[in-house]
Design a protein around this ligand. Structure first.
Ligand code: PEP
Length: 251
């Protein structure tokens, strides 16, 4: 199973900026990505084609999208369909990122529709789950993660290929705040996600990658990636500069 080192550029970067960052990243890591790692860049929609051009045919790199609407096409003004992303060279897409759940108001059920639709359309799906600080303080981490996983995976076919499904555990209080979950908390949450994946998919649940996200930076990525059941990282802020994401990707 390849570790997945993912850069989520959120709503940052014009096409020129994205091109420069992608070019810088390729310059720093191309030819140095270990065989058991995959580097994924997830730019905003408007920069997908320029980043695709920079990453084209470079071994070890993949392209992903931050969002899509779960329909093949239609009267959905402002939305993007999975086929449009595949057409641009995307292999992956996110669903359930905390900013979409808590800023844009996406429900657990809608996230579940996206995961199933994206997989059926041929995208590899990264389902993000994680608790808010008040939920952690109330001892509800497992309940929240279970609810989001159950809803997020409810329409996924039981014989899903485990390589095409990724779960990202991202405690909301650690995203963009500089706070990182401690190694014990990460191990506990990832162990719980793994248990749930095994309960749902049997042995295949061991092959679904589980990423950690939440203020990952060059200084902590080596330790995080070494924790049991951490199969990669999803990085926001520290992925915006080529140098810092290169250090994380190669940590
Ligand atoms: C994210 O966007 O998924 C994320 C984890 O952001 P940050 O690394 O900035 O906390």
């Amino acid at each position: 199973m390849k570790k997945l080192m993912a850069a989520n550029w959120k709503m940052y970067k014009t096409r020129d900026e994205a091109e420069q960052t992608a070019r810088g990243l390729v310059g720093l890591v191309a030819g140095r990505i270990p065989a058991d790692r995959e580097v994924l860049v997830i730019p905003p929609f408007t920069a997908l084609s320029v980043v695709a051009r920079e990453l084209a045919a470079i071994p070890g790199f993949s392209l992903g999208a931050q969002n899509f609407y779960p329909a093949a096409q239609g009267a959905f003004t402002g939305e993007i369909a999975p086929d449009m992303l595949l057409d641009l060279g995307c292999a992956y897409a996110l669903a359930g990122h905390s900013e979409r759940r808590h800023v844009l108001g996406e429900s657990d059920a809608f996230v579940g529709r996206k995961v199933a639709f994206g997989l059926a359309a041929g995208l590899r799906m990264i389902l993000c789950v994680g608790e808010k600080i008040e939920e952690r303080q109330a001892g509800l981490v497992r309940e929240v993660v279970k609810r989001q996983l159950d809803a997020g995976l409810s329409d996924v076919v039981p014989d899903v290929h485990p390589e095409t499904l990724v779960v990202a555990y991202e405690p909301v209080w650690a995203i963009g705040t500089g706070l990182t979950a401690g190694p014990a908390d990460v191990a506990e949450a990832h162990g719980f996600v793994r248990e749930m994946l095994r309960a749902r998919y049997g042995e295949k649940g061991n092959e679904v990658r589980i990423l950690y996200g939440g203020s990952v930076k060059p200084e902590n990525s080596g330790e995080i990636i070494g924790i049991d059941n951490v199969d990669g990282v999803l990085v926001g802020g520290a992925s915006l500069r080529a140098e810092s994401f290169a250090a994380i990707a190669l940590a």
